[in-house]
Design a protein around this ligand. Structure first.
Ligand code: LMR
Length: 344
């Protein structure tokens, strides 16, 4: 028996002894078995805060596991659209997603819509104080009965509003068909402004705007830029009325079934890629906004203080109206953690 053959036999017998006794195999001993594959599906472009966060996660995981864990990225709704991707995760067809917090309602976890309440967060720090604290952790616990585990919150940032007409006064929204994500809070927000909300998958937005199926929408500059939305919207108002962010989630059964050392490695890679994704979000959006302005295709306008106050006064009743859906306790916990002060 040559040495290589003897070495292989030894490795194999160590593996089978370990398996026979139900022992979790250390990462190195798994060299001989097929890599663990994580399919990570999302709906945005690779060149966005979420896309770059996912790419960083892939790199860290593959480096730290020396290739024994593979992360396959499927950006731009390549595999699934908004609603389908959540179903695919529950069925185990993909293992990881990062949907926006506005997309958990159809799953039956309505509390996440608290993040859509208009003018809730005065800045990114206020938002992060909520997601990084006990409220963020409690919300993740609510996903577990759905077979989903929350791993991290990734930020994108404050949202803008757009249409083919300037949106300055609340009355400018009257009768506009506005695309929204599947959140009842966003639905109430648009109705309160006098618009007609329409839930639509992110992947369908560009064409819907181009063909006039909807007149306008809301979102972050990084999404407007990478999906070319600025080419089909003549006016963008910087209103900072909302906040777009994500929950990175995994199929719980898959996660719980992983060997402990692999899970620990993945947790570390998720922690580091989350720090990265959260750190780049603000700059990515600022750069995207400059590019949109430079394109000359869309007029970018910042609401004056008086206009912003008018929007706030109009939209505050949505907080009360949505109490029954989102939960009073959740809203109050978010108010407290975010340091929310109701506008007068
Ligand atoms: C949207 O549907 O507008 C966003 O949730 C897309 C995203 O994931 O940023």
């Amino acid at each position: 028996m040559n040495n290589t053959f003897r070495g292989r036999r030894l490795a194999l017998s160590t593996l089978s002894v370990a398996s026979a006794f139900g022992l979790a195999l250390p990462l190195m001993a798994r060299a001989q078995v097929a890599p663990i594959a994580i399919k990570f599906s999302h709906v945005v472009a690779p060149d966005t805060p979420k896309g770059k966060g996912a790419q960083r996660f892939k790199e860290l995981v593959e480096q730290r596991s020396a290739g024994k864990v593979k992360v396959e990225l499927f950006p731009n709704s390549q595999l699934y659209k908004d609603k389908e991707e959540l179903e695919a995760l529950q069925l185990g067809a993909v293992q990881m997603l990062a949907p926006s917090l506005a997309k958990f309602g159809p799953l039956g976890v309505k509390d996440f819509e608290v993040f859509d309440l208009p003018f809730m967060f005065k800045n990114t720090a206020a938002f992060r104080a909520v997601t990084e604290g006990p409220v963020g952790a409690d919300l993740f616990k609510k996903l577990e009965p759905k077979g989903i585990k929350g791993l991290a919150y990734w930020d994108n940032g404050a949202t803008v509003m757009s249409a083919n007409k300037p949106l300055r006064a609340v009355s400018d929204f009257k009768g506009l068909k506005m695309r929204i994500q599947s959140s009842k809070v966003l639905d109430a927000q648009m109705r309160t402004l006098g618009a007609i909300p329409q839930v639509m998958a992110f992947s369908e937005l560009y064409q819907a705007l181009q063909t006039g199926v909807v007149d306008g929408t809301e979102g972050t500059p990084s999404n407007y830029y990478t999906q070319r939305i600025f080419e089909v919207q003549k006016h963008i108002s910087i209103s900072n009325h909302g906040h777009l962010a994500y929950a990175v989630i995994v199929n719980k059964k898959f996660w719980d079934g992983l060997p402990a050392d692999v899970r620990a490695m993945l947790e570390g890679a998720m922690k580091d890629s989350s720090t990265y994704a959260n750190a780049i979000a603000q700059t990515e959006n600022a750069v995207a906004l400059e590019r949109i302005k430079a394109s000359g295709k869309s007029t970018v306008y910042t609401l004056s203080e008086a206009q912003s106050d008018e929007w706030k006064r109009a939209l505050m009743p949505v907080h009360k109206e949505m109490e029954a859906r989102v939960g009073r306790a959740t809203i109050e916990a978010v108010y407290k953690a975010a340091g929310f002060v109701a506008p007068r």
